[in-house]
Each structure stands twice: as structure tokens, then as C-alpha cells.
Write a protein that binds this ligand. Structure first.
Ligand SMILES: [Zn+2]
Length: 157
């Protein structure tokens, strides 16, 4: 299998990994980035209406699919909810990238969408520590890849 080697930016330069014996471990291909990509596409497709438009979870505006981001309510720094379907919804680029207070509208609409109970559970999940194995990453990538293929066909995007 081939992996496209992307130029590493200074900030995501991998730190050397060591196993318990202090031996340097070779870093695996970036499974997290791959899963981010598939999962983000899934969220945007899931929230896309049959007419190719979506409703922004934060501002409520209807916008074309191309302007959708996968917006996380609890930020991506929380690995435990980074790939949680309740934590991620289609959000317009403007809200996700430029609006400092977008989470206020997001919170209100999120509770309306998933319900108070799931929101409380999500909040507690976000604060938990989480670790994912390479196997879990690989399985989830496969899962969302297959689902995206199906959704792309269904939604005609
Ligand atoms: Zn918006």
C-alpha cells in the first residue's frame, strides 16, 4: 500500500516515539488524519438535505454543501468525542472558522437536535481520557469510507 507523503508543517512534526525500553518506534501513517477526513465527509453528507443544501448547526442558515465544515461542539483536542457522531454536525465555514461565539448557537441547536440527555452524556464523555489503537482507527476509516461511498451516491453529490 502507498501513502502519499505530505510535507510536514513545523507544528505537526512528529515527536520521536519511544517504547517502554526506550527504543525509537517508527511512526505509523497518520491514521488520525485519515479518519478525520473520512469522518468529516460523513458528517457533512449525513447532514446534507436531498437538495444539496444543509442547515448550519450554529446560525441556522441554509447553505450549499460546498460551504459545510464538520463542526465539533467539544473541540478536536478531546479525542474521546473527536469521532462522536453526536458531537459533530454540519456547520457553515463562516461560523466554524471566523465566528468566535458560534458555540452559543451550536449548543442551543445541538440540544434541540440530540436531546438534553445525550448532550449531558456527551459532555461527560468529552472530559474522559481516551486512547485509540491503530486497529480501531483502521476499522473506523474503513467503516466511514464505505458509508461515504453509499451516501455520495444517494445524495447525488
Ligand atoms: Zn453558520
Amino acid at each position: 500500500m502507498y501513502y502519499i507523503k505530505r510535507k510536514a508543517k513545523k507544528k505537526d512534526k512528529p515527536l520521536p516515539l519511544f517504547d517502554k525500553a526506550g527504543v525509537t518506534v517508527k511512526k505509523k501513517p497518520d491514521l488520525k488524519a485519515k479518519l478525520d477526513k473520512e469522518f468529516s465527509l460523513f458528517i457533512r453528507l449525513r447532514d446534507c438535505m436531498p437538495n444539496g443544501y444543509f442547515k448550519c448547526i450554529s446560525c441556522g442558515q441554509i447553505k450549499p454543501f460546498e460551504q459545510a465544515d464538520c463542526g465539533h461542539y467539544f473541540s478536536r483536542t478531546h479525542l474521546s468525542t473527536r469521532f462522536d457522531e453526536n458531537n459533530c454536525h454540519a456547520e457553515c465555514r463562516h461560523c466554524n472558522r471566523f465566528k468566535a461565539d458560534h458555540l452559543e448557537g451550536y449548543r442551543e441547536n445541538l440540544i434541540e437536535k440530540i436531546g438534553q440527555q445525550k448532550f449531558i452524556l456527551l459532555k461527560s464523555k468529552a472530559s474522559e481520557a481516551s486512547k485509540m489503537t491503530d486497529f480501531e482507527y483502521e476499522q473506523l476509516i474503513k467503516y466511514y469510507k464505505a458509508l461515504n461511498k453509499k451516501l455520495l451516491k444517494e445524495k447525488g453529490i
